[in-house]
Design a protein around this ligand. Structure first.
Ligand code: AMP
Ligand code: FE
Ligand code: FE
Ligand code: ZN
Length: 283
């Protein structure tokens, strides 16, 4: 069985490794295929393609689009989009900009109680033009000694009930799916069993998403509670959706390890067949 891992982050968003380092880590992990799916950004693709050269690994370019419904955050993976599609470019720019405002606002609130935290401190943990999120605030809080690691930060200061949380605006999932399809890509709902998405995936909404071109559900993922997976599999079957499995690797930023969940070759082949925006690159 080839190792196909369709969800990984780099320092273009909240992973800790540069795109080239991600690809080298994927080669070391023995993967045959790895997707680069940064939050709301495609700017890591070229470096990933270059790093693949001569290694034999296949890089699937993609992104993980932020969407939201009724305050619940729903992540939609978009594989093989055209990275120059004007609609997608405009919306991802808007989301990244909105995320910046939101992160600054959270930092201001936190700094009332942790005065050594500042926006400059947070920026030290980002790369230029990165999609900035709570993980970068977490890194600054770790560096200042307020929490031991990102996980502890998310469980306390950055928790949505932690007193400092601010939401960021994003389009509804239906619009996210439409944007990805219009960019020639293949939309798959990321970790749909996680608390946010699980609440908004009614049958009626699923019908709308599938009619708009939703291709699949990411089922083998550590954030989908085991009890939710059977329901998700039944849902996928009922709506004719493919199912994937992935690690959601973030380098040192999360315990998730490359290849801890993988996707069947048939599902991967269907994704590649459906795409018109871009193609996988084999090094
Ligand atoms: P944000 O989108 O800024 O609200 O932050 C959510 C992001 O933080 C997600 O993309 C996750 O990858 C990451 N994240 C969520 N929980 C944790 C955690 N416990 N440890 C590390 N990263 C996390
Ligand atoms: Fe993330
Ligand atoms: Fe996600
Ligand atoms: Zn992710």
């Amino acid at each position: 069985m080839p190792g196909i891992d369709l969800h990984a982050h780099t320092s273009v968003s909240d992973g800790t490794e540069a795109p080239g380092e991600l690809v080298r880590a994927a080669v070391d992990a023995g993967l045959d295929v790895v997707a680069i799916t940064d939050h709301d950004a495609t700017s890591g693709w070229e470096e990933a393609f270059a790093a693949a050269r001569g290694t034999g690994i296949t890089v699937v370019p993609g992104l993980e689009l932020s969407t939201q419904l009724d305050y619940a955050s729903v992540h939609v993976l978009g594989y093989l989009v055209d990275p120059a599609d004007p609609g997608l470019v405009a919306e991802t720019e808007r989301i990244r900009e909105e995320r910046l405002h939101r992160a600054r606002s959270m930092v201001e609130r936190i700094a009332v109680d942790y005065p050594d935290l500042s926006w400059e401190r947070v920026l030290e943990h980002t790369t230029p033009d990165a999609t900035v999120g709570r993980p970068h605030i977490a890194d600054a809080l770790v560096a200042l000694g307020h929490v031991p690691d990102r996980t502890a930060a998310f469980g306390s200061i950055l928790h949505w009930q932690g007193g400092y949380y601010r939401p960021h605006e994003a389009p509804p999932p239906l619009e996210g799916v439409r944007l990805i399809v219009a960019a020639g890509g293949v939309p798959v709902i990321a970790h749909p069993g996680a608390r946010g998405p699980e609440r908004v995936l009614s049958d009626a909404r699923m019908r709308g998403l599938v009619d708009a071109g939703l291709a699949g559900l990411e089922i083998a993922h550590r954030d989908n509670p085991p009890a939710s997976r059977e329901r998700l599999r039944a849902l996928a079957e009922r709506f004719g959706l493919l199912t994937t499995g992935s690690s959601d690797y973030h380098g040192a930023g999360k315990p998730n390890r490359l290849g801890e969940n993988t996707t069947d070759p048939e599902a991967y082949a269907r994704i590649v067949e459906r795409a018109t925006g871009s193609a996988p690159v084999t090094g």
